[in-house]
Design a protein. Structure first.
Length: 150
C-alpha cells in the first residue's frame, strides 16, 4: 500500500465508497457459528469493484438482475472478511464519517478474539460480548429512519 499524499488520497476515496455504498458488519461464518468481521461494497460499476479487489484483495461476486425487478442493473460485490477486513479497516478509519462506529466496533470485536496474533479461547464471557456486539452492529446497520426510543 502506497503511503504519502497519494496513499492518503486513495484511502480517503475508498472510505467515501465504504460510507456511501458499503457495509461493515459481523456475520456468521458458514463453517462455524461464531461471527466474523466482514466489509462489503455492492455497486453496478464493475470497474469500481475490481479496483477495490486489486488494491485490497478479497472476493468478487457478480449478481444478475433480480427476477423481481427486471429493470434493475446487474451488480458487482466486493467483500473482505476476518483478518483481511481487520487489516483494511484501520487504513480507512481516519477518513470514515458515517461507518466509523461500525468500523470501531468491528475492530474491538476482533481485538477481543485474538491475542499476540493467535486466536483466543472463546470463554462464555467472550461469547456473550460477541452476541452483544452482533446485536449492536445489526442495530447500527438497520435501514430506514430509527424509531423513537429505539
Amino acid at each position: 500500500m502506497a503511503t504519502g499524499l497519494a496513499g492518503k488520497t486513495l484511502l480517503a476515496y475508498v472510505a467515501g465508497i465504504i460510507d456511501g455504498e458499503g457495509c461493515i458488519g459481523l456475520h456468521l461464518n458458514t463453517k462455524s457459528t461464531t461471527p466474523i468481521v466482514r466489509v462489503v461494497v455492492k455497486n453496478t460499476n464493475e470497474w469500481l469493484i475490481k479496483f477495490l479487489k486489486m488494491n485490497f484483495g478479497g472476493y468478487l461476486l457478480y449478481q444478475k438482475t433480480a427476477w423481481r425487478n427486471l429493470r434493475a442493473k446487474p451488480s458487482w460485490v466486493w467483500e473482505i472478511r476476518s483478518k483481511k477486513a481487520c487489516e483494511f479497516l484501520p487504513l480507512v478509519l481516519p477518513y470514515l464519517q458515517i461507518k466509523r462506529p461500525q468500523a470501531e466496533l468491528a475492530l474491538s470485536f476482533q481485538k477481543r478474539r485474538t491475542r499476540k496474533g493467535r486466536e483466543r479461547k472463546l470463554t462464555p464471557e467472550i461469547k456473550m460480548l460477541d452476541a452483544i456486539d452482533k446485536t449492536l452492529m445489526h442495530k447500527m446497520n438497520q435501514r430506514g429512519i430509527p424509531q423513537r426510543g429505539a
